[in-house]
Design a protein around this ligand. Sequence first.
Ligand code: ADP
Length: 253
Amino acid sequence: MAEPILSIRNVTRDFGEFRAVDDVSIDIQTGTITGLIGPNGAGKTTLFNVLTGMLPPTSGTVHLDGQDVTRFRPDALFAMGLGRTFQIPRPFAKMSVLENVMLAPLAQSGERLWGPFFQSGKMRDQEAAIRRRAMEVLDFVTLAPLADNAAGQISGGQMKLLELARILMGDPKLILLDEPAAGVNPTLTKTLIEKIEELNRDGKTFVIIEHDMDFVMQHCDPVIALAEGRKVFEGRAEEAQSNTVLLDAYLGA
Ligand code: ADP
């Protein structure tokens, strides 16, 4: 089998005495859409925070494309092609949708992507190039008509598409989505799924935290479940539905 794009080995994360992620090992294969499920408090978001460099693991390692990236910072990981959205989108509300997308490299990458622009003395050209790229990305996620609207004025579902647009500015190869369908109306969910599948056909790999089991069953393969910080299931979506360990985890048995 090809080398996994992401290899998580024995990752543990403690908060004081509390172990939020407990000795988790997962390989994410290139080109897959992996569903990450589990009851509230299972450690899914904490694991995302470790994978994206927002929290260091207490122990364990993370390899991206074969390179040890454990304890790399979020900006370095974004520059290496790891993009991530949040459960609650947090755009700059008073800035326009377009400006939010244009600022994405700055927000997620610190100075690394922008540094060369500032040094080049060609900032105006660069700004035009970033604006063009941002419009392309907005067009892709169907938000181009809202480019000049204040980001705080668009709907929750549109904010999720905006988040996707922001990470696409980094041209990521691995995209982690935290509950993309939560609180999103069916029409926009459909758009979001179409875009995820289009990007996936284009070669991008996804890991998606999602509570909506219909979404997971229809669009994710494989499915990985966490409960109380531990990996309790890994397999195909249809096996997940009848897995007793998994059902127990959800029922708290
Ligand atoms: P999930 O995303 O699966 O709902 P989380 O990763 O958000 O789970 O949380 C896992 C557990 O870790 C929860 O019990 C939560 O209260 C705890 N936790 C998460 N972040 C922190 C933190 N910064 N400090 C202390 N406890 C935390």
